[in-house]
Design a protein around this ligand. Structure first.
Ligand SMILES: Cc1ncc(COP(=O)(O)O)c(C=O)c1O
Length: 491
């Protein structure tokens, strides 16, 4: 395909394969490239590069610009969710097929945005299409259970190792129920959350999601900073903040608030700050600490769920929590969420001690799509292909980093991956704050103008490889990365 960016771009040689990558996604190549970096890009030069790419971006998308202006009259902010507002302008899409999406200006993109991590199935997957169509002809909503719900619950139990399941419609609902349930079971009000983790937009977790350094408080005692207006202080105060990969920060909170903490919610692999992996022993240590204090552990696997592997981070990291929340890729592109728990935990739901309710919970359309996702789409063969593509992406980009001397490294976890523009590994939110976001934005623009749609929002998000991507898709990602890296390194 020809794009503005490709037109004047000479052929890259890329994707030479290296064999020194572990399957868990940690590159064995040295991460500390600082000694080889001769050039730090001056601010003015980086600003110039971003401005030039934004100009190309806008020039390629006149219909998106027109729609954005028209939409603003009746559609608040001109978008359907505030995180669809991207710089320099929102991208309006026309359709998706397989590994590609098409904007309203007929530009084609390899879709690695994946609807913010929800499209592990890729677009218009035949099995999902068939499941939805078949169910639509039989009725789309009853608010009574349908047989697919049993198959889905059984398959989730098999994959994730937790025996009992319920359903909801979004990640927000699932984590809200998990937090309620931890409080309901323990009779305690306080919860612990990790600084820099996002768990949806309900009050209890809209705390210290992406706090400004001015609001974040001291590193050894982070503040509970509201992440939005409209969250009452009385609620924010019930959410205590700990640091990822720091067991002491949790031990301290448990000691300071003896017998008052209901439980802790965290992403077992942090995925709203690039990708931050748990250090060995961290998750197991958390479980022991919390249980010693009569508190519960929830893994929010809304993002990691089916994407890092068939049984999510829970199986990969070999630590079983009391509760798991799933959403995003679960429903193959249809709104579906799930909450899994131990027998002891979910007995509180079965007995009516905690009422887990929702008109659309277990909606037949969602259950049909989820059943197809689990039984026909996210298969062992699909995960094998994703693993090959993960390696190809990581190795190809690492090679371009090596060749250009750019200060960056790649972190991957199954179908998810990102480039972190820092020499040092990022282990928690404070280290993440130090990463220069302008490089991520410039990279995003180069990929976009080169026909690869990565998730916007710079350094926070990751790519998602779907079951329908192939080598050519990944090679386009690598090629664009090389072009970007040479541009910012002045090559
Ligand atoms: C880890 C995590 N939990 C929960 C949510 C909320 O999910 P939803 O947007 O479906 O409400 C998100 C959304 O990005 C998420 O990344």
């Amino acid at each position: 395909m020809v794009t503005d960016q490709h037109a004047d771009q000479h052929a890259d040689q890329h994707a030479a394969q290296h064999a020194d990558q572990h399957s868990d996604g940690h590159s064995t190549k040295p991460k500390h490239r600082a000694e080889r970096i001769g050039r730090a890009l001056p601010d003015a030069k980086l600003a110039e590069i971003i401005a030039a790419q934004e100009a190309i971006f806008v020039r390629r998308q006149p219909q998106s610009k027109r729609l954005a202006e028209q939409a603003r009259r009746y559609l608040t902010g001109g978008v359907t969710s505030s995180w669809q507002i991207t710089a320099p302008q929102p991208v309006w899409l026309s359709h998706g097929r397989g590994s590609k999406v098409y904007d309203v200006d007929a530009n084609e993109y390899v879709d690695l945005h994946g609807g913010y991590g929800a499209m592990l199935a890729g677009h218009a997957h035949p099995a999902i299409q068939h499941a939805i169509t078949a169910q639509a002809t039989r009725g789309t909503h009853f608010a009574q259970p349908t047989p697919d719900a049993v198959v889905v619950a059984e398959e989730l139990a098999r994959r994730f190792g937790l025996p009992r399941w319920r359903f909801a419609n979004s990640g927000t609902e699932a984590t809200m129920d998990a937090v309620h349930l931890m409080r309901s079971i323990t009779g305690r009000d306080l919860i612990i959350k990790i600084e820099g983790c996002y768990h949806g937009h309900h009050d209890s977790v809209q705390v210290s999601v992406m706090p400004d350094p001015d609001d974040a408080g001291p590193e050894h005692k982070p503040n509970s900073a509201p992440s939005s207006t409209g969250i009452p202080r009385a609620i924010t105060d019930l959410t205590l903040i700990a640091t990822f990969n720091d067991l002491d920060s949790v031990a301290r909170l448990l000691d300071e608030h003896k017998d008052q903490i209901a439980g802790m919610i965290l992403e077992p692999i942090m995925m709203n700050a690039g990708i931050i992996k748990p250090q060995p022993g961290y998750l197991a240590g958390l479980k022991s600490l919390l249980h010693e204090h009569g508190a519960l552990l929830t893994f929010d696997e809304v993002k990691t769920g089916l994407t890092v592997g068939p049984g999510g981070a829970t199986v990969q990291q070999q630590v079983q929590p009391d509760l798991i929340t799933l959403a995003k890729s679960l429903g193959g592109g249809v709104s579906a969420a799930a909450i899994g728990g131990t027998e002891a935990v979910m007995e509180h739901v079965a007995s009516g001690h905690y009422e887990m309710v929702g008109t659309f919970n277990g909606n037949p359309l969602a259950m049909a799509a989820t059943r197809a996702m689990l039984t026909e789409v996210a298969t062992p063969a699909a995960y094998e292909n994703i693993e090959k593509l993960r390696r190809r992406a990581a190795e190809g980009i690492e090679q371009a980093i090596e060749e250009t001397g750019l200060t960056a490294h790649v972190v991957t976890a199954g179908a998810k991956g990102c480039v972190v523009f820092s020499a040092e590994p990022v282990t928690d939110y404070r280290r993440f704050l130090g990463v220069d976001d302008r490089y991520s934005h410039a990279h995003w623009l180069y990929q976009h103008n080169g026909g690869v749609f990565l998730p916007p929002w710079g350094k926070t998000e990751q790519w998602l490889i779907s079951v329908q991507h192939d080598q050519a898709d990944i090679d386009r990602l690598i090629e664009n990365f090389g072009t970007f890296a040479r541009a910012v390194q002045g090559g």
